[in-house]
Design a binder for this molecule. Structure first.
Ligand code: OSB
Ligand code: MG
Length: 368
C-alpha cells in the first residue's frame, strides 16, 4: 500500500483526575496522534504517548513532534509499504525516539489491518477474544483517598490493583492497604525511585504478598536489579529498563527481573513488541501490557497486543471513563468485571470521533 498522506495532531486533553507517580503529577495529557492514509483514502491511527515533560522517558511531546515532522514522516511519505515491519526497519537508522517511531508504525499497522479487512489483533497474531485488566492508582496525599480508590476499583471488578510508591510512601502505605484488603491481587510501581541503598526498605515489602514490584531502580540498572532480585522474594517487573528486544534478552539473562511490563511506545512499536513477546514465550517470562494514560487510540493498540497468548497477567488498560469525561473514540473502551472484549472490526476496531478530536486539537500538520 502507498502512504499517500500523513496528518499529525497535537492534542491537549484534561484528565478526570490528576495522576501522581514518584516522578511527578500530570493533570493534562499533551500528546500526538498520527493519521496515515493510503491511496484509497483509508485511514490508520497511531498515538504518541510522550508527555509534556521528559520525566518518564527522555522524549517529550515537542521532541516527538519535531522527530516526526523532520525525520520520520519524510522517510515514509509516498513510500510503498507491503508490511508494517518495513517501517520499523526503515526507522532503525535513527537512534531511540521510540515513542515517535511507534506512533507512525502503529498507524501503519492499523492501516495495514484495515486494508486486509482484518482486526489489528488478528494481524498481530492475537489469540484471545477477551482480556483481563487491572488498574494503576496514583500516589495520594491521604491514605483514606487511596483506600477509597482501591475499594471503588475492586468493586468495579478490576483484576488487580497497582499502587504507585516512592520513598516515604511505601511500606506504611502498603501495610494499611493490606490491612483493609488482605486478599486482593496487589502490586506496586516505584518508577525508579530507589537505589540499592534502599534494600532494607524494599525487603520490608516482601511479607505483603505482592504480585510484583515494578521498576524499583533506575532504567539503566540491569545489574543492580539482578542483585536486588536475589535479595527480595517479591518478583521484580521491569518497565523503564526495557526499550528493545536486546534489553529484554539481557535482563532475562542477568536475572534482573521475572516479569516484563511491555509498552508498545517504549519499545518503538508493535513489530518490536511482538518480537519481545515471542522472546518471553521462549524464555518462559511472564508479561503484561502497561499504559501511558492513553486516549482511546493508544488504548485500542494496547488491547490488540494484549490479545497475544503470553500476556497472561492483567495489564493497565482500564476503561476510557477512568481517564476521560469523553474519549475521542467510538465506542469508548468499556470494562465489565475486569474483562475487556477485543474488537473484531477491521484495524483497531474503534472509530475516531473527529468532532471530539478537534475540540482538543491545538495544532495540526498535513503532509501530502
Ligand atoms: O510507570 O506504568 C507506569 C503512567 C504514565 C507513565 C508511566 C506509568 C503510568 C501508569 C499508568 O502506571 C498506566 C495507565 O493507567 O495508563
Ligand atoms: Mg511503570
Amino acid at each position: 500500500m502507498k502512504i499517500d498522506e500523513i496528518i499529525v495532531y497535537k492534542i491537549n486533553m484534561r484528565m478526570k483526575n490528576p495522576f501522581t507517580t514518584s516522578f511527578g503529577t500530570e493533570h493534562d495529557r499533551l500528546f500526538l496522534l498520527v493519521e496515515v492514509k493510503n491511496e484509497d483514502g483509508l485511514s490508520g491511527w497511531g498515538e504518541c504517548t510522550a508527555s509534556e515533560s521528559p520525566l518518564y522517558i527522555e522524549e517529550f511531546t515537542e521532541s516527538s513532534w519535531i522527530m516526526l515532522n523532520k525525520f520520520l514522516i519524510p522517510m515514509i511519505l509516498k513510500k510503498d509499504i507491503e508490511h508494517p515491519d518495513e517501517v520499523h526497519e526503515l526507522f532503525s537508522v535513527f537512534k531511540r525516539n521510540h515513542l515517535a517511531k511507534s506512533a507512525i508504525e502503529g498507524a501503519v499497522w492499523d492501516l495495514y489491518a484495515k486494508s486486509k479487512g482484518i482486526s489489528l489483533s488478528e494481524a498481530l497474531g492475537g489469540v484471545k477474544s477477551s482480556i483481563e485488566v487491572g488498574i494503576s492508582l496514583g500516589i495520594e496525599e491521604y491514605i483514606e483517598t487511596l483506600l477509597e480508590n482501591i475499594r471503588e476499583k475492586t468493586e468495579e471488578g478490576y483484576k488487580r490493583i497497582k499502587v504507585k510508591i516512592k520513598p516515604g510512601k511505601d511500606v506504611e502505605v502498603i501495610d494499611k492497604v493490606r490491612e483493609h484488603f488482605p486478599d486482593i491481587p496487589l502490586m506496586v510501581d516505584a518508577n525508579s525511585a530507589y537505589t540499592l541503598d534502599d534494600i532494607e526498605t524494599l525487603k520490608k515489602l516482601d511479607p505483603y504478598n505482592l504480585m510484583m514490584i515494578e521498576q524499583p531502580l533506575a532504567a539503566g540498572d540491569l545489574i543492580d536489579h539482578a542483585k536486588l532480585q536475589k535479595e527480595i522474594k517479591t518478583p521484580i517487573c521491569l518497565d523503564e529498563s526495557i526499550h528493545c528486544y536486546d534489553d529484554a534478552r539481557k535482563a532475562i539473562e542477568l536475572g534482573s527481573g521475572r516479569i516484563i511490563n511491555l509498552k508498545i511506545g517504549r519499545v518503538g512499536g508493535l513489530s518490536e513488541a511482538k518480537r519481545i513477546h515471542d522472546l518471553c514465550v521462549q524464555e518462559n517470562i511472564a508479561m503484561w501490557c502497561g499504559g501511558m494514560l492513553e486516549s482511546g487510540v493508544g488504548r485500542a493498540h494496547n488491547i490488540a497486543i494484549t490479545s497475544l497468548a503470553n500476556f497472561t497477567l492483567p495489564g493497565d488498560t482500564a476503561a476510557s471513563s477512568r481517564y476521560w469525561e469523553k474519549d475521542i473514540i467510538e465506542p469508548e473502551v468499556t470494562v465489565q468485571d475486569g474483562i475487556l472484549q477485543v474488537p473484531t472490526k477491521p484495524g483497531i476496531g474503534y472509530d475516531v470521533n473527529r468532532d471530539e478530536l478537534l475540540k482538543h486539537t491545538v495544532e495540526v500538520k498535513t503532509f501530502r
